[in-house]
Design a protein around this ligand. Structure first.
Ligand SMILES: [Zn+2]
Length: 327
């Protein structure tokens, strides 16, 4: 099933037109409202009218995590704090970082997580639980609201022990779980040692944080649980989960590109690379209201694939490179 066919199956031409339209609006807004971006655009002599389409975006400098910590807590806001409905704080090294979201931004997370969870098999009859991820982390906020939007049942994390977690999955008939690869494998070990068979658990859909899963771990999870995990990508301390997610085609993670415009750059030269080449993923948030970021350096090494996917979705896919330091 596809949650939002209108967007997820949009033609490439229509998606590009939408992204160009949103980009032009975004550039105008950050030039007017963001001290950082205005000063950078002036420095590079790039007035908003000079970045009227996606091809010209590459003329702008990138945004880094250091830019976010240097502008902590409100320096990158494009509106008064009264317009903010949620603030997520984190530590980047020894420095503080904060991301602000409006009510519409939070609504967007809910929509994006609904698309990704449905692509992974969640439906209105699913009983969903996250495991091994602290409840206050931003991924769980987006995931919870996505589950509610779909109309599935959300079960709070069982925090006491892995044995209790396994019992919780059995008692409540949990069909869908979101966790890290490491925790899922530990849970499978615990299950085996206590006489449970992971393949006999009621789980039908397994979601894994794409930041913390290697190819080997993914294969191991499939082996022990009898199901391939669906990876979900987000940036924990910046944008949470919901930027990209896998369908069942094993063909990469579909990027929610109506909201996040992706580019791949050469990690050293910074030059934009053509589709299919491997480099660092940059993302421009096209729709975020409170703290939009232009060309944010994700640190993820991947390539992009815009060929048709067997699932019917036209959203571009990111294929992570083995160079990423997953553990
Ligand atoms: Zn697909």
């Amino acid at each position: 099933m596809i949650w939002n066919q209108q967007v997820e199956m949009l033609s490439r031409a229509d998606m590009t037109a939408w992204q160009s339209y949103k980009l032009a609006k975004l550039i105008e807004r950050v030039y007017e409202k963001s001290i950082l971006y205005k000063s950078r655009m002036n420095e590079y002599e790039l007035l908003p009218e000079k970045i009227a389409n996606l091809n010209e975006l590459k003329r702008l400098p990138v945004t880094t995590k250091q830019d976010i910590t240097a502008n902590y807590p409100y320096g990158l806001l494009t509106m008064p704090v009264s317009g903010v409905s949620y603030i997520h704080t984190s530590q980047n090294g020894k420095k503080n970082a904060a991301m602000s979201y409006t009510r519409n931004d939070m609504g967007m997370w809910s929509e994006l997580m609904s698309r990704i969870l449905v692509a992974g098999g969640v439906n209105v009859t699913s009983i969903f639980q996250w495991a091994g991820i602290m409840e206050e982390h931003i991924p769980s906020i987006g995931i919870s609201s996505g589950i509610q939007r779909i109309g599935a049942t959300l079960l709070p994390e069982c925090r006491s022990s892995k044995v209790e977690q396994l019992r919780s999955i059995e008692d409540f008939g949990v069909t869908s779980i979101f966790s890290t690869a490491c925790y899922l494998l530990q849970l499978a070990c615990e299950a085996s040692s206590k006489g449970y068979k992971p393949t006999e658990l009621p789980l039908q859909n397994i979601f894994c944080d794409a930041n913390f899963v290697s190819q080997n771990q993914s294969e191991e999870i499939e082996q022990v649980y009898g199901k391939k995990p669906n990876q979900v990508y987000g940036i924990y301390d910046i944008w949470g989960m919901g930027i990209a997610g896998e369908c069942h085609c094993n063909a990469g993670l579909h990027i929610q590109e109506d909201c996040f415009y992706p580019e791949i750059i050469h990690p050293k030269s910074g030059q934009v690379l053509p589709i299919g080449e491997t480099g660092e993923l940059l993302l421009t948030s096209l729709t975020l209201e409170a703290m939009p970021l232009l060309r944010f350096c994700t640190g993820i090494i991947c390539s992009l694939d815009d060929s048709p996917c067997a699932c019917g979705r036209t959203l571009i896919r990111m294929r992570k490179s083995a160079e990423n330091n997953c553990s």
